[in-house]
Write a protein that binds this ligand. Structure first.
Ligand SMILES: Nc1ncnc2c1ncn2[C@@H]1O[C@H](COP(=O)(O)OP(=O)(O)OP(=O)(O)O)[C@@H](O)[C@H]1O
Ligand SMILES: C=C(C)CCOP(=O)(O)O
Length: 252
């Protein structure tokens, strides 16, 4: 049973304050993951974390997004540097709880072709998993043919990893308890983007990768169902339940 889980930047950082961690939320997240691994609820898990106030802040300053590129070497170092700093924090909290977490940096492995299609080699992730490690990837900057570098979101990485690893369960832990309808109630199930397009928006905070709308679009492309939930739903997700919103585009 392989799980791919994204820890949203809106959960583990204070997204409206540049380079500020939400230490308490990160502790809670790491506790839930460590407990699920220790009691055997979870065996193989790949983690991906988003940019939060680390990646998005710098990407925004340099005008870089998943489609708008840059050839400025400073942009690479600022964005990738901030993301590796955040990655160190995430790894440390997991290591403190005896989770065998190791970094996998997309910048060194992934790239986009001229039309924006992402190539992400996953042999190292599969091998690390097989050898008992917990790979921790993150949204990053990547080489992009004809555009210099662009941002790759954690959501894109989740979809690629889930496909390539044949993940059994896919989850996005975000700042909201699920996708919300016009009355702020959690929508239980989404099977097409059209059904919910009117309520899907961008992030409320600085975010160069498109907030909830692009999340739902990305998850609909997966072969199986995926869940969007908040920190309160994390333990249930790890235990095999489906908290929050289930996005399932299988029948499209
Ligand atoms: N219909 C909706 N339901 C829920 N959230 C929505 C909706 N429309 C827009 N949003 C926004 O999308 C945000 C979640 O997207 P965001 O990209 O900020 O999350 P994340 O993936 O956790 O963070 P990061 O991109 O930093 O990793 C919510 O906090 C909310 O502001
Ligand atoms: C902004 C950067 C570098 C990463 C974006 O990843 P996301 O927060 O998962 O959208």
């Amino acid at each position: 049973m392989t799980i791919v889980l994204k820890l949203g930047g809106s959960v583990i950082t204070e997204k409206d304050r540049p380079e500020t961690l939400d230490g308490r939320a990160l502790d809670e997240t790491a506790d839930a993951i460590a407990e699920a691994l220790a009691d055997g609820t979870v065996e193989d898990i790949v983690l991906v974390h988003g940019g939060g106030s680390f990646g998005h802040h710098h990407a925004n300053e340099f005008g870089v997004s998943t489609t708008a590129g840059s050839h400025a070497v400073d942009a690479v170092h600022a964005i990738h540097g901030a993301m590796t700093t955040l990655n160190r924090f995430v790894l440390q909290r997991l290591l403190d709880r005896d989770v065998p977490a190791v970094p996998v940096a997309p910048f060194s492995a992934a790239y986009r072709s001229g039309d924006g299609a992402l190539t992400l080699p996953t042999g190292q992730v599969e091998t690390l998993l097989g050898e008992g490690f917990v790979p921790v990837l993150h949204g990053d900057i990547v080489a992009h043919v004809g555009a210099g570098v662009t941002v790759v979101s954690g959501d894109e990485l989740v979809v690629e990893l889930a496909d390539r690893l044949g993940a059994d369960r896919v989850g996005l832990c975000s700042a909201v308890p699920g996708v919300l309808d016009g009355n702020d109630a959690v929508i239980e199930r989404i099977e097409s983007h059209e059904d919910v397009a009117s309520v899907l928006g961008d992030s409320d905070t600085t975010d160069v990768t498109g907030g909830m709308s692009s999340k739902v679009r990305a998850l609909l492309a997966l072969d199986g169902p995926a869940s969007i939930f908040d920190l309160d739903g994390l333990t249930a997700f790890l235990a095999g339940e489906r908290p929050g919103t289930t996005v399932d585009g299988e029948r499209q």
